[in-house]
Design a protein around this ligand. Structure first.
Ligand code: HEM
Length: 405
């Protein structure tokens, strides 16, 4: 098998369900390997980390973006994502990131702990009621999807009654984060993006009239102070906060619970020692990363891992593979919450390092021990179904029985 075939095995339906064997096939060619004309795959931890921090690498923009994604300007979903900080380069990226990060304060995140605990407690109570008598419940539908949406809505100051709308829009838009999208998926994403942008336009107007203590109000102030954040950028970044923060966190909760249920001794350790949640959550992030890859182009020639990447190369940075690099993590395929070297690449690295990492960690650190403690008999009930995606790795459904709380 050559490197192109190893990459094809990752792209295959089977590779999307379980990418880890394909990562090892790619790794056999070295930490950085050419897999096609101008196309490179990175599986090494040190190399991916270095490349993510290297200012010669860029988010796809300019002419290359017009070639690869010619429809982006006319698509409300793709253009919102493209204009947000997630997909822009300096100086726009640095300016937007500074402004949004200034509103995303540690105080605001710490204040979310109560919100997370209250919402998680309510969802657990509903799960327990629905699963009474031994009927299986779907953890994804009952917990892993609603919790992150509820938390982001609280953060942005969206009323609780509108959460179901946000959940639908976020789900519709998530496909637009993948490196490839079908016309049918794009139509769904565009319809969702249009409704979401209309909603945010009204929310922004309301918060301009009467500011609240929420992130939307803080971003409106950043916009109004000398237009440091344009109206279009304000909307694009509100959209990206929802899209980047939703299914990613859902996947951390779903993948995380599935791993814990498959490792009862480790789960028992977390149940008895919830204060160890930070180490558990970092190892869950490493072991089955909710975001498996990101992409960059090289603005200049770069030499890395013994390979010369010419200007204009297209790079697949396989975060899920880097997290299983045996040079960084001994016995990488073993789930071990007591590892000495956590810091996986699941939140990226460098200038685009996840802005919501603290919030996502907080949600999992609160929710997972709470689930194990309040539902001590929680157990898998039948085979879960994986989502067939390349970037975001998670479950469509994860049936569980809750036992008698
Ligand atoms: C960026 C992962 C949760 C907001 C990123 C990136 C990754 C990531 C890998 C970098 C992408 C790149 O370099 O191409 C995750 C994971 C999460 C999570 C695994 C959950 C477990 C969240 C949450 C929010 C959020 C809860 C906000 C509410 C963002 C934003 C960026 C970002 C705004 C763009 C930052 C920039 O470009 O400067 N995330 N994320 N994420 N994430 Fe997260």
């Amino acid at each position: 098998m050559d490197a192109a075939e190893a990459l094809a095995s990752l792209m295959s339906p089977q590779g999307r369900v379980d990418p880890y064997p394909a990562y090892e096939r790619l790794r056999a060619f070295g930490p950085v390997v050419q897999t096609g004309p101008g196309l490179y795959a990175v599986t090494g931890y040190a190399e991916a980390d270095e490349l993510l921090r290297d200012s010669r690498l860029r988010m796809l923009d300019g002419e290359l973006r017009d070639q690869i994604l010619p429809q982006w300007r006319d698509s409300p979903a793709l253009s919102s994502i493209a204009r947000s900080m997630l997909r822009t380069n300096p100086p726009d990226h640095s300016r937007m990131r500074r402004l949004v990060a200034g509103a995303f304060t540690p105080r605001r995140i710490t204040a979310m702990r109560e919100v997370v605990a209250t919402q998680a407690g309510e969802l657990i109570a509903t799960m327990a009621a629905d699963g009474r008598g031994g009927s299986p419940v779907d953890f994804m539908a009952e917990f892993a999807y609603p919790l992150p949406v509820g938390v982001i809505c609280a953060l942005l100051g969206v009323p609780a009654a509108d959460r179901p709308l946000f959940r639908r829009w976020a789900a519709d838009l998530t496909g637009a984060l993948e490196p490839e999208i079908t016309p049918a998926e794009l139509a769904v994403a565009d319809a969702g993006a249009t409704e979401l942008r209309d909603y945010f336009t009204e929310l922004v107007a309301a918060r301009r009239r009467i500011p609240g203590d929420d992130l939307t109000s803080a971003l409106v102030q950043a916009h109004d102070a000398e237009e440091r954040l344009s109206a279009e950028e304000l909307l694009a970044n509100l959209v990206i906060l929802l899209v980047a923060g939703f299914e990613t966190t859902t996947n951390l909760l779903g993948n995380g619970l599935a791993v814990l249920l498959a490792h009862p001794r480790a789960a028992d350790g977390l149940r008895r020692h919830p204060e160890q949640a930070p180490a558990y959550v970092d190892e869950l992030l490493r072991y089955d990363s909710p975001v498996q890859l990101t992409t960059r182009t090289s603005g200049e020639a770069v030499r890395i891992g013994g390979v010369e990447l010419p200007t204009g190369s297209w790079l697949l940075l396989l975060l899920g593979a880097a997290n299983r690099d045996p040079r960084r993590y001994p016995e990488p395929d073993r789930f071990d919450p007591w590892r000495a070297l956590p810091s996986p690449l699941s939140f990226g690295a460098g200038p685009h390092y996840c802005l919501g990492a603290g919030l996502a960690r907080l949600e999992a650190q609160v929710a997972l021990p709470m689930l194990l403690r309040r539902l001590p008999e929680l157990a898998p009930a039948g085979a879960p179904r994986r989502r067939i995606r390349l970037t975001l790795r998670g479950y469509d459904n994860l049936p569980v029985t809750v036992g008698e709380p």
